[in-house]
Design a protein around this ligand. Sequence first.
Ligand SMILES: *Cc1c(COP(=O)(O)O)cnc(C)c1O
Length: 963
Amino acid sequence: MSKATSLQELSNQNEFIGRHIGPDAADTELMLKQLGLDSLEQLVEQAVPESIRLNEAMKLGGAVSESDALAELKEIASRNKVYKNYIGQGYHDCHTPLVIQRNVLENPGWYTAYTPYQPEISQGRLEALLNFQQMIIELTGMDMANASLLDEATGAAEAMAMAKRSNRVNKSTVFFVDEQSHPQTIEVVRTRAGFFGFELHIGPISDIAKTDCFAAYVQYPGTDGEVPELKSLADALHSKDAQLIVGADILSLVLLESPGAQGADIVVGSNQRFGIPMGFGGPHAGFFAFREAHKRTTPGRIIGVSIDSRGKQALRMAMQTREQHIRREKANSNICTSQVLLAIMSAFYAMYHGAEGVKRIANRVHFATKVLAAGLEKQGYKIRNSSYFDTLCVEVDDRQQALMQRAVDSGINLRAVGKNAVAVSLNECTSEDDIKDLLSIFAGSGFSDVFEKLEDLAASIEAIPPALLRKENALQHQVFELYHSETDMLRYMKRLESRDVALNLSMIPLGSCTMKLNATAEMVPVTWPEFGKMHPFAPLDQAQGYLELFEQLEAMLATCTGYDAISLQPNAGSQGEYAGLVAIANYFKANGESERDICIIPSSAHGTNPATAHMAGMKVVVSPCTIDGNVDIEDLKAKVEQYGKRIAAIMVTYPSTHGVFEEDIRDICALMHSIGAQVYVDGANLNAMVGLAALGEFGGDVSHLNLHKTFCIPHGGGGPGMGPIGVKNHLAPFLPSHPLQEVKGTKLENGVISAAPWGSASILPISWMYIRMMGKEGLTDATRYAILNANYVAEKLKEHFPILYTGKQGRIAHECLLDLRPLKASSGITEEDIAKRLMDFGFHAPTMSFPVAGTLMIEPTESESLAELDRFCDAMIKIREEIADVESGKLPQDNNPLVRAPHSLDDMLEEWDRPYSREEAARPLPYLHDHKYWPYVNRIDNVYGDRNLLCSCPSIDNYADEV
Ligand SMILES: *Cc1c(COP(=O)(O)O)cnc(C)c1O
């Protein structure tokens, strides 16, 4: 019996920490013993250089239990006021089908998956993404589409860059922007254009024909509702070798003639209103569709159709060699993490409703708008736009303020346009009562009309010019007809999910990606309506809960990094890098040092770094690494000597992408500062540091943090993510701003990075919950255990595979590189063979050939228990034995379980004539008798897919051919 004398004593306030961190006390003891250590402290002393170690605890609160943290967050959320939003401007209320919410958005089988670099174990999300591309291709009328960008505004900026990149004939540097574009798009484009040296011409679309430009961006329909005819614009642009880029509303495309059919060259937009909550700005998927001629210059990832080694149809990311990880120079863009989970949700939305269902939704929104227009006109109001889909711009003379106020008093948000007009955008959720409420507000009295009469009037309104009505229905592919019952939808989603390996199946030891626990308690608030139903441009007095959340999270992240100020705007690490370099450029501009245009980047850098430097108008100078994998400080000194005050910044990753804490980091920072340059520390690897060392403390001026790595936002199969940046005080005045919301302490001329002022606001509760539940002790322990788990794996594997780099005392940070080049020389077995073979063991491969070709980079994270680490190491050791059999000649080089991996059920069921057994192929270790994952396809042919690029859904008949 316990002799407790208080309830408090029996409560386990810190329970969450033990749930988040894999190893328990007994495991820890065993692991330390294996490493020849007495304590975790001793390991930290050996792994983390003294020169950077913090000597006091972080100034964060203590750990809070799951239920207390949730209650606290619920209280914060309750300060958000969920009004009816008719603000529009790219964000609209909609219904998320609950079968999709529960089985995708709230399902770890989908949200904990990684970007599908290993296609054989990602066929489920690849198929869902292919469906997304098919949906976008049909709606936009274009040849091809990618698998998502971060939002509509950055999509527009990427389109601008691509239009220039792909056009060598037109020498103009002017980019035309329709003045009816959404304001956030104009500002994001303006910021990018400045660094590319483009001049923006913002004007009415009637100016396009007479403006010398290389491309024009047109909003379809315009932000105030008008539906422009695109064909004549496309013709005018094409006649001067310029391109037409269209920013399209996805729901309107169901009814409107597609931009593709009217000659558009690139079409971008947001998938938000296809079933994704507004979430105060995100996350949503930006879509991006283009002509086939653009396929090699397009940003983002494209899912393509290929075949596997049996000739069975299989999907993969097309043209993967363009991936920024691999190709440092001439990247098409810096996009890495995109918005896979949201793209998939919207594809399911279209499949669930089908062509007819989606059309009914679009028709309903459009008809509701006509009813509203009829009622307003009856009241004597003039509608400014002569055509519309869902948005009316109503002339209200001097009554604007009074009307807006009356609306707010009734819990309704309208949008002011200029001084004398009000815009109203209707949506999928708008009901008859909502229309009556709106008409009452405009009337200034109760609704006294007869609704049916208004409907009669509406039926005779022609709000879309006949020439702009879609001739051929969209969503005609069979996949949109197959899953209309909830049972069928549910089973289809489950079927796809079961083809994939995600964190709910086994550890995903991807170096540099930090695949750690995404706890349920962290995920639960994401679907609270207090967070989901908020429009990003709603008046801020309605968003006090969000503002409180931002303020608290910013303070937490500042403490974790040693920085003074945080911007939550960037939607991914790549965008954080860009925001950081923009801040640096603006800082130098303000100080009269605009001549600084060089960014030094070590050769081991993540591919996003140089791509970002180019976007920020900087020239990249690559600095080599020493044979120990560290930045070569002597070479750096020479570069400083050579380029002097032309150097704007260095971008270093810390701990390095080689998985080591470099001893010289303080000296590197000091050297750069000695010539007035800035230090950008890529903080994607923060998981090895929180609580033990701080970027801002040892010399960083600015960093991005990947909340989807260190701070537990799940990877979603390749997004969403969040890449906020931290800066020291001197850069704080240069953080990103926004045209439609006041972002405290910023000015519009700082530039705008994302469409939404606080990026993907609705997933920030995940990181808040994590930090709150871990507290300062928990977070520091997580770091210690990330280092312990990595060193334990390195210790167990080092006699089987050489570890490429270690720190001075023989320890690594949170990840390690296995050097497989010697094995390749002795056996012909490649890192790819090992990656594929791991699938037979039910594991996702570690990061392959980054940052060094011929290596695997393992990052176990703190969340894996000793049992799981051992299981993974056993698999790796078993694989090493198989390689030994190839080396010794016991197994032929071209017919062994490695080169023929992964093994599918098809392999098992056919006649067996291989020099190894079925058992060895499929169940090489005993634990596989307990649970076996079967790869859905065999090894996929990369070359075939790129030669025959197909990024839309093949006809269903192809699927029927499989067996
Ligand atoms: C993941 C990563 C990035 C890019 O982050 P995204 O969110 O994918 O854009 C940049 N640098 C490093 C070192 C990374 O590991």
